[in-house]
Design a protein around this ligand. Structure first.
Ligand code: FES
Length: 184
């Protein structure tokens, strides 16, 4: 099931409520109904927040606000707790993702070795990515430590491959390879 918002709003809580504005009421209702169906047979236990969010992520490709609300309602936990979990773990996306997601580490080790310049280069490419939506889109996601500090600066491509020792030039070559449809 596709998402509603193709905007690039930050995913912090301040902006989450704005996402609904771009999503037609009928679509939001459909998301809510589907989320409810997915949880229907689940026990109402608060320890299931993470698996429930994983189910939503797997089904929708991201975790829409309606799914967060249904998880909170069904498992009888607060909305803030579910949002807290959803925003803590990098595996959860709170808005629809691009087809080619590149994660750029901005942790300390990566930062001091040039990650900001790598990020700038990747963002420049993402902004210029005006291909047909059907071909997929490039999305750049800054993240905290990826646990591979010895390889700093590091980026991770959608297939889970870690690319260490990144420079703006290497980032450019990596993106060109991805956009040509080759495995990075
Ligand atoms: S700081 Fe980048 S991998 Fe740890």
């Amino acid at each position: 099931m596709g998402g509603c918002s193709e905007t690039n709003f930050p995913t912090d809580l301040t902006y989450l409520s704005l996402l609904g504005y771009f999503c037609p009421v009928e679509k939001r209702e459909a998301l809510r109904v589907r989320a409810k169906e997915l949880l229907a047979s689940w026990p109402q236990e608060s320890r299931l927040v993470i698996p429930a969010l994983q189910t939503m992520q797997a089904h929708f490709g991201y975790v829409p606000p309606e799914a967060v609300e249904e998880v909170a309602r069904h498992l009888r936990v607060s909305l803030s707790r579910v949002y807290g979990v959803a925003t803590f773990y990098a595996q959860f996306a709170l808005r629809p993702r691009g087809t080619h997601v590149i994660r750029v580490c901005l942790g300390t080790a990566c930062h001091v070795r040039g990650a900001p310049q790598v990020l700038d280069e990747l963002l420049r490419w993402a902004k210029a990515d005006d291909r047909e939506p059907a071909q997929g889109r490039l999305e750049v996601e800054p993240v905290r430590c990826l646990g591979a500090c010895a390889l700093a600066p590091v980026v991770v491509t959608a297939d889970g491959t870690y690319h260490g020792g990144m420079t703006p030039a290497k980032a450019r070559a990596l993106v060109q390879k991805i956009l040509r449809g080759q495995n990075a």
